[in-house]
Design a protein around this ligand. Structure first.
Ligand code: ADE
Ligand code: ZN
Length: 326
């Protein structure tokens, strides 16, 4: 079968997906109308035309502005339902999705509204697509520690539905150490943890995420490759890296897909995975990301199988469920 069909047909887990980043221009436009929210675009083409970024912050400004159309339980449900439908079509059988509650609570949308909509779409996806799902509450690192603690407090009634906490948004100038106490509190509540590190930030931020946040999984991690001692540690500890090739290209973390380090990561013994990050903004869902690195780096079918296998090994599924996917 052609490589594209092989990739789509490969059962895989998605471990790095911001649900707000799956808001397609069509749905953004429809929700803006449904909710009477003004957006700075006259039509869908104008929205797409705005998606040119030269660094992470360029994207974040547009991503937070786009999220302003999300107001009701139904909006969050529709957003996530569209993502699960699209992911299922790409062969995703397990998805661990991140959400940014502070993006919404700052606009007066309650934590409960956001999570109620997301959870209903997760339940629906489990029946409709036979997939399993988990939810990761991500803190915005450009906000302060107190704001993160308030968010963790808002999550208290929902802890049995949340698998982990995460850390995202503007990396440079907001090192992991800023959130060491929040992550310790989350861990004490029984949550796992992930953090974006080494996307734009230096290897030192990856060390901080490991040593001060005690992360269970590393989001991106690209710049770890600058430090051979760090690479050896990540390999030895079987740390999962959730790599996002199309995101890396659009945010200029790599200059060209032919220079993407995914295969170097695998050869270095890293447990690398391929994910879509913010598919509505970066030009593709998970199978597009697999295809992009396969084409640019000449990955073999064995490499693609390794990437998919790593996605289950790096998931927060219980051991017996992981084993059933291998
Ligand atoms: N929020 C959504 N996508 C992100 C990314 N790639 N890096 C940091 N924060 C994000
Ligand atoms: Zn991300």
């Amino acid at each position: 079968a052609p490589m594209g069909d092989f990739i789509t047909g490969l059962p895989k887990a998605e471990l790095h997906l911001h649900i707000e980043g799956s808001l397609e221009p069509e749905l953004m436009f429809a929700l803006a109308e449904r909710n009477g929210v003004a957006i700075p675009y006259a039509n869908i083409e104008e929205i797409r035309a705005a998606y040119h970024f030269s660094r992470l912050q360029d994207f974040l400004d547009i991503y937070y502005a786009g999220a302003a159309v999300l107001l009701t339980v139904r909006d969050f449900h529709d957003l996530a339902a569209a993502y699960f439908d699209r992911a299922a079509a790409d062969g995703v059988v397990h998805a661990e999705i991140m959400f940014d509650p502070q993006t919404h609570t700052a606009r007066g949308v309650s934590f409960d509204t956001v999570i109620t909509g997301l959870l209903s779409a997760m339940e629906e996806a489990e029946t409709k697509h036979g997939m399993t799902t988990k939810l990761i509450l991500s803190f915005l690192r450009h906000l302060d520690e107190a704001d993160a603690f308030e968010t963790l407090e808002a999550a208290r009634p929902w802890l049995d539905r949340i698998a982990a906490v995460g850390l995202d948004s503007s990396e440079l100038g907001h090192p992991p150490e800023k959130f060491a106490r929040v992550f310790a509190a989350a861990r004490a509540l029984g949550l796992k943890s992930v953090a974006h590190a080494g996307e734009e930030g230096p290897p030192d931020y990856v060390y901080q995420a490991l040593d001060l946040l005690a992360i269970d999984r590393l989001d991106h991690g690209n710049r770890s490759l600058e430090d051979p001692v760090l690479v050896a540690r990540l390999a030895r500890t079987a740390m999962t890296l959730t790599v996002c090739p199309l995101s890396n290209l659009k945010l200029c973390v790599v200059d060209d897909m032919v220079a993407h380090p995914i295969d170097r990561m695998l050869r270095a013994g890293l447990r690398a995975t391929v994910n879509s990050d913010d598919p509505a903004y970066f030009g593709g869902y998970i199978a597009d990301n697999y295809r992009a690195v396969e084409a640019a780096r000449g990955l073999t079918r064995a490499d693609l199988v390794t990437l998919a296998r790593n996605s289950f090994l790096g998931s927060f599924l219980p051991d017996d469920a992981v084993a059933a996917h291998l």
